[in-house]
Design a binder for this molecule. Sequence first.
Ligand code: PLP
Length: 405
Amino acid sequence: MPMAVDAENFYSERAKKMRASEIRELLKLTQEKDIISFAGGLPNPLTFPVEELKEITRKVLEEHGSMALQYGTTEGYIKFREAIAARMKRWGVNCTAENVIITGGSQEALDLISKVFLDPGDYVIVGAPSYLGGLNAFRAFEANMITVPLDENGMRMDLLEEKLKEARKKGLRVKFIYTIPTFQNPAGVTLNEERRRCMIDLAEEYDVLVVEDNPYGELRYEGDDVNAVKAYDNDGRVIYLGTFSKILAPGLRMAFMIADDPLYRKIIIAKQSEDLCTATFNQYVAYEFMKNGLLDKHIQSIIKMYSVKRRIMLDSLDEYFPKDAWWSRPKGGMFCWAVLPEKVNTVKIFPKALKKKVAYIVGSAFFANGGGENTMRLNFTHPTDELIVEGVKRLSEVIKEELKG
Ligand SMILES: Cc1ncc(COP(=O)(O)O)c(C=O)c1O
């Protein structure tokens, strides 16, 4: 074996600051076979449309092989982009294929956005809590975060205004507000319409962009659809991210951004050097799935399965969790968020939960600037119905023991 190189000599200043996420380490512990895990953010594999995709894959190879296996344009397959633009009307967004960029997962979109808009020392406004993958993408480009607390109606607009005002006073360069407005990851809450309009008003007043990340909006189990924040965009300052990960299959890595010129053009230039184009073959497959009406039917079947699981999770929490805990009652998506009495530290009780063969994600991981030590995220889409009940029961025992001690 050759001696290992002294890697530190070679890393960029940026890479030196990158840290492995603690969450990944904790997640490894949750993957033992007999653990009931509320930790992951995974769709339930029973929803994957394997048979349909077998047929579509064959069809794509037979009918479009020479195109589907070739490099494509950086923007993406035009028919796919047209279909996506047409679908956006459901959320009140008027756009054309010329506004759509296909990306390899929304995670790539978050990286591209960071690359295009963030200089070291810039500020991003994020929810407290917010999606860890987003926070890590912004951190990788050496941005600082300003956090705004959420309540049961999503990000608090009074506090957003306060933070924007304060940042202006201090002369901080705030580039964008990062929001997951519908069935938020991790909190499960949804920004109401009034706040969506208000977010746009504030973004205009303080001249910042808005990055709207919406992986869960189509998974609604209760209530009426809401317009996207982008629907209220007056001057092309909102970049919208959608993905097929939660409504088709994350393994396809198919997602999209909606942006207006001139931001659109700049993002395309950045994407050219990132990956030339998103996997052409997968774009053809996802398009065929959409085109034949299979996607809408498929989403209905996912909703059927997940809405039962959500009900079971909420009923179990009602039955077993301590009464002085609070948890969100998500009308869609994949997560419940629990806020426990202050004295329960969810990092500290994590090993005790593992001993009882149940796992969750510690909530503090989702707070960019600290806090949330008494919170946890619970995924309800992955475990079986029976194991959701059993898992919540075990978790409640751990929490109640801690409260007693
Ligand atoms: C809020 C949010 N944004 C982005 C992503 C990444 O999605 P994708 O699989 O499209 O990269 C996730 C995945 O869980 C997410 O929850």
